[in-house]
Design a protein around this ligand. Structure first.
Ligand SMILES: [Zn+2]
Length: 87
């Protein structure tokens, strides 16, 4: 009888510990998620627009990735870079 009671107590204690651990794990996950969500609110959108640059010759604006960089200035084409700064 004493052995059966011992095992019943061991099983109940094991279940209680498992439940407490599961609850702590869940709490930890919620606390991990909350700061990330708060950080996202203040952060700029992921797909932010590309910065625009101006051609030193004709003054046209274009995305930085499409511009030509020569002699420390931005140009819309190689032809305008050869013509030089006008504006
Ligand atoms: Zn140009």
């Amino acid at each position: 009888m004493g052995k059966v009671l011992f095992w019943v107590i061991v099983i109940i204690a094991g279940l209680l510990i498992a439940r407490i651990l599961a609850r702590q794990h869940e709490k930890g996950r919620i606390q991990e998620q909350q700061p990330k969500q708060a950080a996202r609110k203040g952060a700029p959108p992921i797909a932010h627009p590309e910065s625009m640059v101006r051609c030193a010759h004709c003054g046209i604006h274009m995305p930085r990735s499409e511009a030509v960089f020569i002699a420390g200035k931005t140009w819309c084409t190689n032809e305008h870079a050869k013509l030089g700064e006008r504006l």
